[in-house]
Design a protein around this ligand. Structure first.
Ligand code: ATP
Ligand code: MG
Length: 430
């Protein structure tokens, strides 16, 4: 069974209110095996609502509409539906009494305007509203089932659970859609798609699709089968296939973030957590922010330095002035010193550092905007005590985007270098 969701309201069309109803309904429908062909939002305009309904029933088996059934002049959904069906409205006496009773109970006389909430297109029936005065509407349009619910999220949800879900469940044949999300960082969407190959075939079930947000490429796996058990089993198999093809590029699942992945590598299975210190220039403390987004991070993140000027790199981290002058602040030589100093000053296992040209100014032909150097210093726990025992490495990246994007990707790249070092794996990029 295929559904389409239509939301009605000026505030939604104008972007003043986010359409959370449609997202919620989609998730509910998916969980009971009903495919959702799409969402549409229309303003409080009778003709537009009528035309949208007429068009959308051609794309689905069931159309679910939310909003526009209140008592005011801008509530036009019932009139639009009657027009689309080519019928008049009638008064549903039963619901009219419910509405009157509601007002009596709160000690008021029903305003005449509220009677419209009991008006139904001929051929349609009302759906009981357990927490409001607007009845829902159930109708047939061009042979397809149409449900109309109030826009108020609480009322919509109650009506959906009580009346719409059981209907869809019966006709969706008890099938189930089970989903999961895997997150990667370090390679672009097209590279990931190339690695996944046939797994991304549009007709495959479970299906695999990619989305990108903040440089993180996420794989969304949807598994549609006759039962939740089978759908879950097939989902796991496809996840394993994705993992086999992408390996350590995957840092987490569902709500897991990059800092969480690092937290578990630093702490899990260890009596004493490994520890980290940071030295940041162009990211201005963003790595520290990301690491401390997690509560409990004080057990492994000791602190850091924001050394934005050359002077502070010299004074606080002891970066060699001559080196700053000869190689420049954005250089592997400088980030190596920054990482080593942060680690030494904080007595941590790791020091990580970033220095880059975030732009829009400050670029040069040899170091254009987006040039970012990342350093990492590591002293094995229980290893030697002198600086000679410290391992260090630096990498230079050319990152795309504006200032915000370059800073964000620099911080994530630094965390990714740390992650791969913790896993004792070579980084899969550059
Ligand atoms: P009724 O609920 O009486 O049928 P309506 O939904 O058009 O009519 P409104 O007064 O326009 O009533 O909306 C009620 C509240 O519900 C408003 O705060 C509105 O922003 C919110 N709302 C309506 N539709 C949605 C939606 N799709 N997603 C999230 N909130 C919504
Ligand atoms: Mg409205």
């Amino acid at each position: 069974m295929k559904a389409f969701i239509l939301s009605i309201g000026d505030e939604l069309a104008l972007g003043q209110t986010i359409d959370t109803n449609s997202a919620w309904m989609s998730q509910q429908l998916a969980s009971i095996g009903c495919d959702v062909a799409g969402h549409m939002t229309v303003s409080d305009d009778k003709i537009a609502i009528r035309d949208a309904m007429t068009y959308l029933v051609g794309l689905c088996d069931v159309l679910i509409v939310s909003g526009g059934i209140g008592p005011t002049d801008d509530d036009l959904t019932r009139f639009a539906l009657a027009d689309a069906m080519g019928v008049e409205l009638y008064l549903d006496e039963g619901w009219a009494k419910e509405v009157e009773g509601f007002f009596t109970r709160i000690g008021r006389v029903m305003p005449k305007q509220n009677q419209v909430q009991a008006m139904m297109p001929v051929g349609a029936t009302s759906i009981f509203n357990t927490c409001g005065t607007a009845a829902g509407i159930r109708a047939k349009l061009k042979g397809k089932d149409v449900f109309v619910t109030p826009g108020v999220p609480k009322e919509m949800k109650a009506m959906f659970d009580r009346d719409i879900k059981p209907f869809v469940k019966t006709f969706a044949g008890g099938a189930a859609i089970v989903s999961s999300t895997l997150h990667t960082f370090g390679q672009g969407e097209s590279t990931i798609a190339e690695k996944l190959g046939d797994l991304m075939n549009r007709s495959r079930n479970p299906s695999v699709g990619t989305t990108v947000s903040g440089g993180i490429v996420s794989l969304r796996v949807n598994s549609r089968f006759e039962s939740v058990e089978r759908a879950t089993e097939e989902l796991r198999k496809t996840e394993q296939q994705c993992e086999a093809l992408l390996g350590d590029l995957i840092f987490g699942k569902e709500d897991q973030t990059l800092p969480m992945a690092i937290a578990s590598l630093l702490t899990q299975g260890r009596e004493k957590p490994l520890t980290v210190a940071t030295a940041e220039s162009c990211t201005g403390g963003l790595i520290a922010k990301m690491l401390t987004d997690l509560s409990g991070s004080s057990s492994y993140y000791m602190g850091g330095f924001v050394t934005y000027s050359n002077k502070s790199k010299y004074e606080r981290l002891g970066v060699n002035m001559e080196m700053l002058n000869v190689y420049g602040a954005v250089s592997e030589q400088v980030v190596l010193q920054m990482a080593r100093s942060a680690r030494r000053l904080m007595s941590t296992t790791y020091g990580i550092s970033v220095s880059g040209v975030a732009g829009p100014t400050g670029g040069s032909p040899t170091k254009p905007v987006g040039t970012v150097c990342i350093g990492l210093a590591y002293l094995e726990p229980g290893g030697g005590k002198t600086e000679d025992h410290v391992f260090s490495m630096a990498r230079t990246f050319q990152l795309p985007g504006d200032r915000d994007m370059i800073r964000d990707r620099s911080a994530k790249m630094a965390l990714t270098l740390l992650r791969f070092h913790l896993m004792q794996k070579p980084t899969p990029f550059q």
